[in-house]
Ligand binder design. Structure first.
Ligand SMILES: C[S@@+](CC[C@H](N)C(=O)[O-])C[C@H]1O[C@@H](n2cnc3c(N)ncnc32)[C@H](O)[C@@H]1O
Length: 243
């Protein structure tokens, strides 16, 4: 894309601290921000959002040490509330200065993300890679989320009437994780990301017990984006190689 767009922007809504320790092995690995900064053809601008003050401070220090010459911006706060600030940091697109965004969305759990945040960012030229906590959260906590006073599924998927549709899906034998991602994909299709199906996402399982943890789904309004996603999937291996 570097030859087609004058400015490519990487946005990490849930950046973390830049590095993380794998609980089981103690190994320290680069997190998504440092992986994105270290690619051969870097983005022209990086925007990192993180709610936790210790994490964002650690990230800022690591980025300043390892990548001082790249154009990096830090937003400290809840990504859902800081969306105006994030949008303001994306350069203005014009016919002679084309701006393409790639937004990585890596929440811990369902209540970290509101669909309206992605909807607002989608007003720009924006592709999304979204971690959807189907196994580790949605399936495990289904009875909690079914409670009528819980708005988390509605807010993540952007589907206020999901409870009306779940009984039929359950009767078809669908598990809640699959139902959840289908609801999310329907909302993404409503805002123009019509190519992604639940089946096209990648399931990530835990290495020890081989339990489904989450799914990674890619969303682009352009078929070329999906061609690249298809290529990327060929080289991905489960869980820890990805991160
Ligand atoms: C799964 S971790 C991200 C890991 C990171 N992508 C990496 O590869 O190292 C989720 C991060 O999001 C932060 N977080 C949780 N809710 C948030 C919110 N609403 N807005 C911004 N950051 C949030 C957490 O503090 C945590 O650092």
């Amino acid at each position: 894309m570097k030859d087609k767009w004058q400015c490519r922007v990487y946005i990490d809504l849930f950046s973390g601290a830049g590095r993380a320790r794998i609980k089981e092995t103690g190994k320290i690995v680069d997190g998504s921000p440092l992986i994105a900064l270290g690619i051969d053809d870097p983005f022209d601008r990086y925007i990192f959002c993180e709610e936790d003050a210790t994490n964002i401070d650690a990230l800022r220090k690591r980025v300043m040490t390892d990548y001082p010459s790249l154009d990096t911006h830090f937003v400290h706060g809840d990504a859902n509330k800081a969306v105006d600030e994030i949008l303001a940091k994306i350069p203005q697109h014009s016919p002679i200065y084309k701006v393409l965004g790639f937004c990585f969305v890596d929440p811990f759990k369902i209540d970290n993300l509101k669909f309206t945040t992605l909807k607002r960012l989608s007003a720009k030229y924006m592709d999304f890679l979204v971690l959807i906590p189907t196994g580790m959260d949605a399936r495990r906590n289904v009875s909690y989320y079914m409670k009528y006073n819980s708005k988390h599924i509605e807010e993540f998927t952007g589907r206020p009437n999901w409870r009306d549709e779940w009984p039929e899906a359950e009767a078809r034998g669908e598990n809640f994780g699959l139902f959840f991602i289908k609801q999310f994909c329907t909302s993404m299709a409503d805002i123009g990301y019509k190519y992604t199906t639940a089946e096209a996402s990648v399931e990530i399982r835990s290495t020890e017990k081989n339990l489904p943890l989450y799914r990674l789904a890619f969303f682009s309004k352009h078929p070329l984006g999906h061609k690249f996603w298809g290529e990327a999937k060929k080289y991905s291996s489960p869980q820890l190689d990805l991160f």
